[in-house]
Design a protein around this ligand. Sequence first.
Ligand SMILES: Nc1nc2c(ncn2[C@@H]2O[C@H](COP(=O)(O)OP(=O)(O)OP(=O)(O)O)[C@@H](O)[C@H]2O)c(=O)[nH]1
Length: 621
Amino acid sequence: MASATPRHRPAPHHLSKAAAAGDGVGDHEGWAEGIASLTAEQGGAALLMEESAGAGVKASDGAPAVTTPTLASEGVAAAGAAAALRGGGGAPATPEEERRALMEHALVALEAEVATRGEVVADLGAAGGYGPTGLGEAQLAELLAAVEARMAALGADVTVLRQRKLSPPAAGAPAPHAADVCIRRRGSASGGTPLEVRVAIIGNVDSGKSTMVGVLTRSVLDDGRGSARARVFKHSHEADTGRTSSVGQHTLCLDSRGAILNDAAFRTQSIADYVARAAKVVTLVDLAGHEKYFRTTSYGLTAHLPDYACLIVGANAGVVGMAKEHLGVALALRIPAFFVITKIDLAPEHVLRHTLQGLTSILKKPGVRKRAYLVRTTDDVLTCARHMHADALAPIFLTSSVTGQGLDLVRLFYNLLPQRHNWHERCGEAAEFIIDETFGVPGVGTVVAGTVKRGALSPNCTLLLGPDIGDASFKAVQVKSIHYKRLPVGLVVAGQTAALALKKVKRHQVRKGMVLVDAATAPKASWEFDADIAILTHSSTIAPRYQAVIHCEIVRQAARVIAMDRERLRSGDRACVRFRFLNHPEFLTPGTRFVFREGRTKGIGVVVGTAMSPTAPPASP
Ligand SMILES: Nc1nc2c(ncn2[C@@H]2O[C@H](COP(=O)(O)OP(=O)(O)OP(=O)(O)O)[C@@H](O)[C@H]2O)c(=O)[nH]1
């Protein structure tokens, strides 16, 4: 042991055993490969796929061979209802009674899903989906009408995404009918605040990220010379250089039937008008591609709790520069990723093929092991959107922001992307709000922006704000008012972003990295924390006194290793270490994943515990 052993040394089960096999020494390559080996358990996750008519379009036209799995059925085990009906003790049910019982069972299940989640993409009439199977055309129409009527009573709309005939159960038998529907509660029915899904937009500099965000949120096309990105830049120097340097949040507003509300007149200042009409919003977190802003991009990926990451790749340039670094962080944080190859108007066929080959070979790397899935039809979009949460598929879109090619599929995908976390399960917990931005607003006072991680907040509620940089304390503050995407609201719940105006708090008393928490949780800040870590790439060795910048949700601070359970760490090694923050104590939650980086050294970790009272600042090791 090189120094004091961390108090508890739980087996680093949070990290993959494959870390030891990490072959990722080197620069950008090593980062991606190291991550690949570290996330092997994810890549190995079984994806339940089953054959279904109408899904699974083969890659063709010279594109590299990519796997095109077919639609997996999911949803209610309706067979259980039928069995219950038969086993009810009475006379055996007639087929008609059984069908009606299965319909009712499906309707109740759909009502429960919509009431808790706000939306559901359901497969009606298919095996493993909702409702009875083996339906004729008229019976499917009856089921659809029943679903519409019951969902209307909940304030939700039903959109039929596709209707299809399944393979007949036997030769000569009629083909059963099935339908995929999206059921979504209207914004007005969910208390004014829509469902929110966050997507981090990552990729190399000049790959076309801001342009894609501008094209989607302003409903315009680009001119190939930066016209679309000019609409989303935050700072004048970004407009001057054409380079994103900050974290930008842009909102795609959708109604209950999936129509995009953003139009060419959409402006950040007028966003509230759009959000007020929206049933679902997709927050596109536009991140910087240039290497010198990597810290900001890492912060964007950790602090904004994205549901998904979208890696933008320029078709003419390929997966180059920081693309692998960004993907590496997303993989380390276990954020499911999808891929948009843009600028296809610029790339000759052989160049596009080369780009696709480069991407698919990264996806095949040990541990990443995601199934490349070229998205070419709406069927493909449905399949991918349904399986994104499983994080085993890697949908690839081919687009051009100049001609608009492929953008309809991307829009449909955003429309159908589900929330990754079961936020509704956290709504009843004690409140926690993490602060990623602070403002001084004339006439309003101090405003903090961030994400509700647990619980619910309403105006006039009192929470503890901390930790204070000076004494690590938490102080009671009252929330004056709450804005959701610039719209004044009476409630925000877990999973939503918000801006809170605070009463009697000076601007200098708040900073990024602070939290607002329910006093019942008795929050404590700590100088030190224990973590299971894995080194992804390092040119020499890591020993006590090694220093790195920790990116753990909203926390971004340099910390030093003061103890570890091994003498030395090299690339691919795992260890339990104790870190000590260099500047001030932080509020950390055990179980949170983080990334750390110092020069060419990169690693990932999981917080397993915090230590040391903030009232006793540690002496230097
Ligand atoms: N022809 C063509 N040009 C595009 C396309 N998408 C983006 N561009 C152009 O590519 C240039 C770079 O686009 P940006 O959106 O600034 O790239 P970025 O990835 O956001 O760059 P950073 O913010 O610096 O990381 C701009 O001049 C765009 O007009 C496309 O699909 N086709």
